[in-house]
Design a protein around this ligand. Structure first.
Ligand code: C2E
Ligand code: CA
Ligand code: CA
Ligand code: CA
Length: 275
């Protein structure tokens, strides 16, 4: 038994070793990715149910790694946050999204995801100001998507930054609504323009009456607070019909379109989805 225990230990030790080496290699590749221009933004349409029109796009970061192929954000953003790379990467995202959106029709907005770590760095506000100035994008066409983790750490600092951004005309959305611990109390701390109902509720709503009731309740809450309520992750016609029926104002998901590269947006818009 002693012998077995020791070899099990050795097995774990080398598995951990491998994990650490894999992480180290990922870190090295990630540190080079900005300079090598391996990042790109994909855009997913946001569809308004009343007007039946696309009102804007969410920018979603993609890493086309030379050696790894397409790496999904869930696999590198947590590491980028840990090793202090999310601020330069996030700055690139904001500048690129503003520049690309400035070439779209005037009525289309662009939404950018901002992580809690970016809020800690004091350059976020000046990045937004200069990205808007350089691109010429009207501030009301830019939207920041934040999760409650932004407000969790330092509520006062985060809300004062958000207030400055909002005074410029930039809109602010609460992302992944319903998944955190205090989504409701944060609605009182800051006047969000939009709440985005997390995909997990939207998709479970098909089979699970509880999840459907939550989607309905969030839609009613958003309506009474005068907020846009976007249902995220809408994949099927049934889900689309459900979120429409319970009073969500907007839809995002594969039912409208998957995220696409910037150069496919013009063709997508002329194909007028769901008219
Ligand atoms: P998120 O902000 O909640 O973005 C929505 C995610 O759901 C995206 O995944 C999108 O491709 C996916 N999605 C949209 N519609 C559907 C659908 O109908 N079905 C399914 N199954 N999925 C759908 P993605 O692009 O892999 O991004 C994952 C997360 O990575 C994002 O979640 C966001 O938290 C983060 N992220 C992406 N880009 C950035 C960025 O530029 N900066 C930061 N800080 N985070 C980012
Ligand atoms: Ca988002
Ligand atoms: Ca989300
Ligand atoms: Ca998320």
């Amino acid at each position: 038994a002693k012998q077995g225990g020791r070899s099990t230990f050795r097995f774990f030790e080398s598995a951990m070793d491998e994990q650490m080496q894999a992480r180290r290699r990922l870190e090295i590749d990630l540190r080079r990715a900005l300079a090598l221009r391996e990042f790109t933004l994909f855009y997913q349409p946001q569809f308004n149910l009343a007007s039946r029109k696309v009102t804007g796009f969410e920018a979603l970061l993609r890493w086309r790694s030379e050696s790894r192929g397409m790496v999904p954000p869930a696999e590198f953003i947590p590491l980028a946050e840990e090793i202090g790379l999310i601020s330069p990467i996030g700055e690139w995202v904001i500048r690129t999204a503003c520049r690309e959106a400035a070439g779209w029709a005037d009525n289309l907005s662009v939404a950018v995801n901002v992580s809690a770590v970016q809020f800690r760095s004091r350059t976020l506000l000046s990045t937004i100001v200069s990205a808007l100035a350089e691109s010429g994008l009207a501030p009301n066409r830019l939207e920041l998507e934040i999760t409650e983790s932004v407000l969790l750490e330092d509520l006062g600092a985060a809300t004062s930054l958000l207030n400055s951004v909002r005074e410029m005309g930039v809109r602010v959305s609460m992302d992944d609504f319903g998944t955190g611990y205090s989504s409701l109390s944060y609605l009182r701390s800051f006047p969000f323009d939009k709440i985005k109902i997390d995909q997990s509720f939207v998709r479970a709503g098909d089979q699970d009456p509880g999840a459907a009731a939550i989607v309905r309740a969030i839609a009613a809450l958003g309506q009474s607070l005068g907020m846009t309520v976007t249902a995220e992750g809408v994949e099927t016609d049934d889900q689309f019909a459900n979120v429409l029926a319970v009073g969500c104002t907007d839809v995002q998901g594969y039912a409208i379109s998957r995220p696409m590269p910037a150069d496919q947006i013009a063709a997508f818009l002329t194909s007028s989805p769901r008219d």
